[in-house]
Design a binder for this molecule. Structure first.
Ligand code: SF4
Length: 371
């Protein structure tokens, strides 16, 4: 593909291989470290593969986030969202308030609600169950994407039931899918610094695979740009690739660039000041090459990247712009400058400007409608 460009032979071979078959971790790390001409070759290869796998459509979904509480017993050093009970700005929405917000979302065109909250002492699996039942009774057709693997673990522990029983109970109550957050970086050395009281790597994998086997699909995420190295990003994506090979339960991969400004680990000098633009582009490109046809959808987070750079990242292997987000509190708390909501028309403008085709989708990418 790059006959007329002077490019490192080894990188050229890896790129060539990536378009046909699975690349190894070592090969992916080499790609993650490219600069100059090799970097450009990586981006072009990933964009070409994106075109071959999912075509020119860029998808999005009209949705609302409802973060029902920021009170949290967790201690994640990258989090600027959590509050203690007596802290200014702490809040807890009861079930009726969440249902009211979801109805408002539905009445404003949302197809999906994404519901997540802190690890509140009064919350357990039965709280989640009641919330889902009441939501489902009021809004039978809305898609409910809720409760990260950490919340699932917390809910089960609080209620003293197994993860499997909890997931079955929540599915029966109306849960459609789970946001694959709390993955951060799936390496326990990194997790010990980043989120010492959160579940370890093995537990995250166990919960996600149990969800998939219970018939609950999930997304998967990676938060990067703090203390990890390129090797950790690749290790993380390799773990996700392995899960997907075993279960096929991931609907999309969502890289989340670390929003550092107001977080404890940045203020204490432990983390970097987020990723650079080139690092962001390489994460999208290497993800596309590592996942290939196995995990077809890669989402850019416009709230974190901003509209202009989100558009650029869509040229590096990504194919989805995520949700229009009627509400978004978590990135804003950490100092994100972009958000909190946008319109389908704004997405369409960005996508058409790239010569690609805007398309509205459902949560599972089963129904994709070009607009
Ligand atoms: S990331 Fe989630 S679990 Fe960790 S402190 Fe923040 S709200 Fe709590």
């Amino acid at each position: 593909m790059f006959e007329r460009v002077d490019i490192d032979h080894q990188i050229e071979e890896i790129l060539e291989k990536a378009t046909k078959t699975r690349i190894s971790r070592d090969e992916a790390v080499k790609l993650m470290k490219t600069t100059g001409t090799e970097f450009h070759a990586l981006i072009i290869t990933a964009d070409t593969l994106r075109h071959d796998i999912v075509g020119d459509r860029v998808t999005y979904i009209p949705n609302w986030n409802i973060n029902f509480t920021n009170l949290c017993t967790g201690t994640c050093g990258f989090c600027a969202f959590r509050k203690d009970e007596d802290e200014k700005g702490a809040y807890f929405l009861n079930i009726d308030q969440v249902v009211r917000r979801a109805k408002n979302a539905w009445n404003n065109g949302a197809k999906e609600v994404c519901i997540q909250g802190g690890l509140h002492p009064d919350v357990d699996a039965y709280f989640y169950q009641e919330l889902l039942q009441k939501l489902r009774a009021e809004l039978p057709d809305i898609y409910i994407h809720a409760f990260s693997p950490m919340e699932i673990l917390y809910g089960a522990e609080q209620a003293d039931i197994s993860i499997k029983d909890e997931l079955k109970m929540l599915k029966e109550a109306g849960l459609d899918s789970i946001p694959g957050n709390a993955a951060e970086i799936l390496n326990d050395d990194i997790r010990r610094v980043l989120c010492p009281t959160k579940m370890n790597t093995a537990k995250w994998i166990e919960i996600v695979e149990t969800a998939h086997r219970t018939g609950i699909p999930t997304t998967c995420t990676m938060m990067y740009g703090h203390i990890e190295e390129p090797e950790h990003r690749v290790e993380h994506m390799d773990i996700l690739r392995g899960i997907q090979e075993r279960t096929g339960g991931f609907t999309e991969f969502v890289p989340l660039t670390f929003m550092h400004r107001l977080t404890p680990i940045y203020k204490e000098g432990i983390s970097r000041a987020g990723s650079t633009g080139l690092e962001d582009l390489k994460v999208y490109a290497v993800a596309r090459l590592m996942f290939g046809d196995l995990l077809r959808n890669i989402q850019v987070s416009w709230v974190k990247l901003g509209f202009k750079f989100a558009q650029v990242c869509l040229t590096a292997g990504a194919n989805d712009l995520g949700g229009t987000l009627g509400e978004e509190n978590i990135s804003k708390s950490a100092g994100a400058e972009h958000g909190v909501r946008t319109t389908p028309e704004n997405f369409q403008r960005i996508i058409r400007n790239m010569g690609r085709v805007p398309a509205e989708r459902d949560t599972l990418y089963k129904k994709i409608t070009p607009v």
